[in-house]
Design a protein around this ligand. Sequence first.
Ligand code: ZN
Length: 213
Amino acid sequence: MSPDDHIDPETPSSSTLDKTNDDRPSRSEAEDAVRTLIRWMGDNPNREGLLDTPKRVVLSYGELFNGYTKNPGDVLSRTFTETDGYTDMVLLRDIRVESYCEHHLLPIIGRAHVAYVPNGRVVGISKLARTVELFSKRLQIQEKLTAQIANAINEALEPKGVAVIIDAVHECMTTRGVHKPGVSMVTKTLLGCFNDDKELRLDFLTSIEHRNV
Ligand code: ZN
C-alpha cells in the first residue's frame, strides 16, 4: 500500500469517528477485500467484466457510507431566532431514507417524518433532511437511526420537543431470509412535549397520515 492510498476527500477526521475507526484500511486493501468476496461467491475477479468492480464498489461505499465523515453538530449549527413568535410544530414529512442494515449490509429504504416544537430557535428545513441523511449513511439498525436523528435535533436546537418516525423496508427481510416483501417497519422516538402532550402527539400523527391538513 502506498501513502497515496490514504488521500481521499472522504477520509474521516478523528473528531467525527470513534477510536475503532482509527485503523481504517487503505483503498487498495478495501479493493482486495472485494476481490476476495467475488472469489468467495464463486466468480473470477480477473475476468474482463469484473476487473474494475472492486474499484467501483469501494468508490460506491465511499458515497453510501459518507455519514461517518460528518458531524450532526455542524449540520445543525446554524439556527435562526427571528420567528415572529412562531411556537407551533414544524414538521418535515416524507424524507427519503436510504440506509444499510448493519447485520447484512443490505439496503433499508423508507421515509422519515421529523417534527419539533421550537423553543425560540428554528433551523433551515434542509438541515433536518441532512441530519436524516447523515445518520442514514452509516451502518444502522432502524431503532438506533430513529433515536440518533431525534437526539441530534434535541441537542442542537434544545426545542420543546422532537418527534421522529421512520417507516422502512429492509431488504435483508424482503429479498433474502424470510422473503416477506411489502413488510415495513415503523419506529418512533418522541421527546419532550411530544411525550407529555397527547394532543400534540395526535396532531403529529394525524399530520403525517393526512396530506390535506
Ligand atoms: Zn439486516
